[in-house]
Design a protein around this ligand. Structure first.
Ligand code: HOZ
Length: 429
């Protein structure tokens, strides 16, 4: 059984100087209770907390660590690069190489601009869509999360859903008025909005595989339907590939699901654990971005050399090893089957949504296809499940509204050990 002595001490101390003791709300154990574990270091598939206790990690830094922690080629590249200064605020050859590498991996990206987070990527992409189309409103889906820019914090997923925040103070009514929302997988609702706000909608932004209300898969025809509506109505389709980019396939969801968006946003894997995001798309749209056009977007640390070398090194590894994606898919499918079998045996109703290396377990009798069905899951059972795993050394996101992220560092024996832990925990649910 694990003790959390140092984490408890650090959390006490943290709360005196950091809001809620954490630098991002999803790290707090607010919805599951208890003390967030403070991490000392991580290697491969394992985290070690401040007491030296080891955990099999299914957060993977919320996505970036697709090949595991402290991945040696990335660590070495960062160390070498740091000797040449950590930032210039001037262009470098590495940024050109990074842009070329991203273009070689992704579809439909003629021009790409580097930023520092997924939030920045999404807010910038939406500005571009608005500037390009000359329209203000946009559609997002309930339970999707596109970072914490004002206009996206309406019916948002991730921490906003986890903490049950209905309205975010500080987001003005004026801003929220331009955000239209529809249930995920509901094309009819989208058609109705498009009809109601004819000529006013700049963009539809969507997580092509949702990961911020737990993992929720697009129904057959949903993304194709959005593409069609956008084409018919002169609306830009934005794929938020912050989670799915370079994770579901080298070319992300666009490649895996064979659909082209007009603008795509990236984060997480693209920075290998350093703060990186990017947005890109077709030339005629992206050439409206400053300094080519007047759609202003900027950043002192954008294209930062350490961030670029980390991301470049990881993406190059992924490009050279397509078999990693096969392995990740197999690991995801193995875990899904194991979970289904265990809970069937125990007669506990669950839904296990999985797509490649993204997976969520919902304590739910009905399929989880949108935010409403995700919300009907038994979250108090999830809390017991979460703590049962944590005390036995398996680290999950501390919320039933988050996706688990698998890394390819997980071995077959890690997966089997995880299922053993789940089997034991299932006894206590
Ligand atoms: N998209 C991530 C979790 N859903 C964000 C992580 C964070 O907010 O810290």
């Amino acid at each position: 059984m694990y003790e959390y002595t140092s984490s408890k001490r650090l959390f006490e101390r943290a709360q005196n100087s950091i809001p809620g003791g954490v630098n991002s709300p999803v790290r707090a154990f607010k919805s599951v209770g208890g003390t967030p574990i403070f991490i000392e270091k991580a290697k491969g598939a394992y985290l070690y907390d401040a007491d030296g206790q080891k955990y099999i990690d299914y957060i993977a830094s919320w996505g970036p660590m697709i090949l595991g922690h402290s991945y040696l080629p990335v660590v070495n590249a960062i160390q070498k690069k740091a000797a040449n200064s950590t930032s210039f605020g001037a262009p470098t050859e590495l940024e050109v190489e990074m842009a070329e590498l991203i273009k070689s991996l992704t579809r439909n990206v003629d021009l790409i601009r580097m930023v520092n987070s997924g939030t920045e990527a999404c807010m910038s992409a939406l500005r571009v869509a608005r500037g390009y189309t000359g329209k203000n409103k946009f559609i997002k889906f309930e339970g999707c999360y596109h970072g914490h820019a004002d206009m996206f914090l309406v019916k948002a997923g991730s921490g906003v859903a986890t903490f049950g925040i209905q309205e975010v103070p500080g987001v003005t009514a004026g801003t929220a008025l331009d955000t239209l929302t529809a249930p995920y997988n509901d094309l009819e609702a989208v058609r109705n909005l498009v009809k109601q706000y004819a000529g006013e909608i700049a963009a539809i932004i969507v997580e092509p595989v949702a990961g911020n209300m737990g993992c929720v898969l697009p129904a057959a025809g949903f993304l194709e339907g959005l593409r069609q509506i956008c084409d018919q109505e002169n609306i830009l389709l934005i794929f938020d590939e912050v989670m799915t980019g370079f994770r579901l396939a080298p070319g992300g969801a666009q490649e895996r699901l064979n659909i082209n968006a007009d603008l795509v946003t990236y984060g997480k894997v693209i920075g290998a654990g350093l703060p990186v995001g990017a947005f890109g798309g077709k030339k005629e749209i992206m050439e409206q971005v400053a300094p080519l056009g007047n759609i202003y977007q900027a950043g002192t640390l954008s294209g930062n050399p350490l961030a670029m070398i980390a991301g470049y090194t990881l993406l190059a590894e992924l490009k050279d090893h397509p078999e990693y994606y096969t392995e990740l898919n197999e690991k995801g499918a193995f875990l899904q089957k194991g979970l289904i079998d265990i809970f069937k045996e125990k007669n506990i109703p669950v839904q296990v949504n999985q797509f490649g290396s993204m997976l969520s377990l919902f304590f739910n009798t009905e399929p989880v296809t949108d935010f409403a069905s995700a919300s009907r899951s038994d979250m108090s059972r999830f809390t017991r499940f979460f703590h049962g795993l944590l005390k036995r050394g398996v680290h999950l996101p501390p919320s039933g509204y988050e996706s688990w992220f698998l890394s390819n560092a997980l071995s077959q024996s890690d997966l089997e050990e995880t299922l053993d832990v789940i089997r034991k925990t299932a006894e206590e649910l």
